[in-house]
Design a protein around this ligand. Structure first.
Ligand SMILES: Nc1nc2c(c(=O)[nH]1)N[C@H]1C(S)=C(S)[C@@H](COP(=O)(O)O)O[C@H]1N2
Ligand SMILES: [Mo]
Length: 378
């Protein structure tokens, strides 16, 4: 017997180009939203030089919305991708496997697309449950893979454009009985897929979409959990913040006229109240009331009336995000505080006592807790 006769044959009617097109379109929307919001997140966290002076601080909840959408669309992409792969997997057994050089390249690009997308979604999903098991930097690899995906996706769409266009609309005329049955089956598949996407979305979106919070049964984070009405990502203990360090705490501010302040001295400065969200890259977010001293007032006191690029140093000596940078658009913003109070109470140790950063439209990872130094960067 020759090999083709031994290969599996698929007569299931949903493995057709029309189904692949319909599911592919939905997957395409999810991937596009996820990609665009991911680029936003990356640039807000690690702005290139040309952008750093122009980062937008409004709308104050912008990052809350884009990162909420990022995690929602990425989660919805999981069932969409699985069904898309199920629809097209019989093509793995197409014979002959390679017809020409271009065909070989096309198959290779699809292999890259599928592998990169599976890995990307899997990594992202593990990230939302705070499981950083990778021996490499999550963010760099997630970022690089996103471009691999977009590149190979554009190539894939270009190659498949004729098939996609031919199947974009349901064939209007002269439906054979077989076509009608196919259509009914297709609708059943899409109904199941829609239910799956709807369920994962509805049961997780509440971690950032407050009206849905009571439905967030599958969400890794309960936005209502945590002291003072706010979840905690890294506790004071996990960050190695000792009681001695807190007792010896001073705020040191650099500038033409550097100075140190005790907590009482900081409390004696003009206090401001703002309502701003913490929006974690991992997908949960929550709005809160903060009270403290404007960063710009602290800088003016050091002889920097126009703000400055800052390095913000915390008491935390181990692990990431103990030291962060803040660009000018934030440091000169009225809403950017060195917060001392949260929702009407003095910060708890886990929320950054004695003092933490809160700034508008900023990823949660950069809202540094246990701040002890503001250093001026060139
Ligand atoms: N020094 C320090 N600040 C930090 C972190 C950290 O690990 N170390 N985690 C950040 C992250 S990832 C988030 S989402 C917010 C969470 O703030 P909260 O614990 O007060 O809710 O704090 C940020 N500030
Ligand atoms: Mo975070």
């Amino acid at each position: 017997m020759d090999l083709p006769a031994l290969l599996p044959r698929f007569r299931g009617r949903l493995h057709d180009p029309r189904t692949a097109t319909v599911v592919g379109r939905l997957l395409g929307v999810a991937v596009l939203v996820c990609f665009v919001t991911g680029v936003v997140s990356h640039y807000l966290q690690e702005p290139p030089a040309w952008l750093s002076a122009h980062l937008p601080t409004r709308p104050v909840s912008g990052y809350r919305v884009t990162q909420g959408l990022h995690v929602i669309s990425g989660t919805a992409a999981v069932p969409l991708l699985l069904v898309k792969l199920w629809t097209v997997y019989p093509r793995l057994f197409a014979w002959p496997p390679v017809r020409s050089v271009t065909h070989a390249l096309e198959r290779l690009s699809i292999a890259v697309l599928v592998a990169a997308t599976l890995l990307e979604l899997f990594m992202g999903l593990l990230n939302t449950v705070q499981w950083y098991v990778w021996p490499f930097s999550f963010r760099q690899v997630h970022w690089a893979l996103a471009w691999v995906i977009i590149g190979s996706l554009l190539l894939h769409l270009a190659v498949k454009a004729p098939v996609v266009l031919a199947n974009w609309r349901r064939r209007p005329t002269e439906l054979r009985e077989q076509d009608i049955e196919d259509e009914i089956d297709r609708r059943s598949l899409l109904l199941g897929l829609g239910t799956a996407v709807g369920a994962v979305t509805l049961f997780t979106a509440g971690q950032s979409v407050t009206p849905l919070k009571d439905l967030a049964l599958l969400a890794p984070r309960d936005p209502d959990a945590g002291l003072q009405g706010l979840p905690v990502n890294r506790t004071a203990r996990a960050a190695g913040i000792t009681e001695e360090a807190v007792r010896a705490w001073r705020l040191h501010v650099e500038g033409p006229k550097p100075y140190d302040l005790t907590l009482d001295e900081l409390r004696a400065m003009p206090q401001h109240r703002v309502e701003l969200p913490i929006a974690c890259v991992e997908g949960w977010s929550k709005s809160a009331h903060w009270e403290g001293v404007r960063i710009k007032d602290l800088l003016a006191r050091a002889g920097l009336p126009d703000g400055a690029r800052l390095r913000i140093v915390s008491l935390q000596r181990r692990g990431g995000y103990g030291v962060t940078e803040m660009d000018r658009p934030y440091t000169r913003d009225d809403l950017t505080l060195l917060a001392l109070r949260l929702n009407g109470e003095i910060l708890t140790p886990d929320h950054g006592f004695p003092a933490r950063v809160i700034a508008p439209n900023r990823p949660g990872v950069l809202q540094t807790k246990w701040v002890t130094r503001l250093e001026v960067l060139a």
